[in-house]
Design a protein around this ligand. Structure first.
Ligand SMILES: [Zn+2]
Length: 56
């Protein structure tokens, strides 16, 4: 059986996921305050934050 490799965020040695970056990683605490410190992905990526998220 092939084992899934969990990517690790090298900056802090934590399992890398969108959720981790958006909600949990202390490195992004400042960026998170722009999104009004969301407590869930739904909140972070909600309508009220859509004007704050810029997709290049
Ligand atoms: Zn982290």
């Amino acid at each position: 059986m092939k084992q899934e490799i969990q990517p690790v965020f090298s900056q802090c040695n934590e399992p890398l996921s969108i959720k981790y970056i958006v909600l949990d990683c202390p490195l992004y605490v400042n960026s998170r305050s722009i999104l009004n410190k969301p407590s869930s992905m739904k909140e972070a990526l909600g309508e009220h934050n859509s004007h704050l998220i810029h997709i290049p």
